[in-house]
Design a protein around this ligand. Structure first.
Ligand code: SAM
Length: 204
């Protein structure tokens, strides 16, 4: 997976490549999909959601550009796979998931793998996590209709927010940097994510 799907397609950050060779992706998928855990595509998880394609996870991690002493907010824990990678690359990860079942299953796997720098919270992540803000970086693993203002407010000055924006049929990854309190948005690659459902996302 790391050589053919990531390195050969241009992922260059050795910290990310090394983290992705360490984190056992098969632990985050249910038994019927385990033999396909390292395939080049998303896979189904509970509640009609998906664990993202490894390549798109790597792209988002590169765009986040995390340092080991940083605190990151993740919206959309899903299986917890990306959460584990964020935990490898930063000091602490707060991860918010709207489905209680996904949050508790992800938490159980993260505990089994002995990650101690992760806090999983059930709730509407489109509103962020004001009680733990500001964050050095924020990553959203579900597509928003537009930049959620609450998330931007909870970003530190100079911080980076990576999120997919757009409707089901035409989304693009955006990198939003906070510069003197205003958002500087750079649009990156097209992508396809499940919708961000919540107050500052799409209606349920
Ligand atoms: N990165 C995850 C992984 O590695 O498994 C996959 C995330 S999945 C593509 C998107 C997740 O976002 C789903 O689990 C969905 O329930 C969650 N989600 C959607 N809207 C949300 C919201 N407002 N707050 C928190 N989680 C949300």
């Amino acid at each position: 997976m790391v050589e053919t799907q990531l390195r050969q397609r241009g992922i260059r950050d050795e910290r990310i490549l090394s983290a992705m060779s360490r984190v056992p992706r098969h632990e985050f998928v249910a038994e019927p999909y385990r033999s396909r855990a390292y395939d080049d595509n998303p896979l189904p998880i509970a509640e009609g959601q998906t664990i993202s394609q490894p390549y798109i996870v790597a792209v988002m991690l590169e765009l986040l550009d995390l340092a080991p002493n940083q605190t990151v907010l993740e919206i959309g824990t899903g299986s917890g796979y990306q959460t584990a990678l964020l935990a490898e690359l930063s000091q602490h990860v707060y991860s918010v998931e709207r489905h209680g079942r996904l949050a508790s299953e992800a938490e159980a796997v993260l505990q089994k793998l002995a990650y101690q720098n992760v806090t999983v919270i059930v709730g509407d992540g489109s509103k962020g996590l004001p009680e733990h803000a500001p964050f050095d970086a924020i990553v959203v693993a579900a597509a928003a209709p537009e930049l959620p203002q609450a998330l931007f407010e909870q970003l530190k000055e100079g911080g980076r927010l990576v999120l997919p924006v757009g409707p089901a049929e035409s989304q693009a990854l955006q990198v939003v940097t906070k510069q003197q309190g205003t958002p500087v948005i750079v649009e990156q690659t097209p992508c396809r994510f499940v919708p961000l459902i919540g107050e500052q996302g799409y209606p349920a």
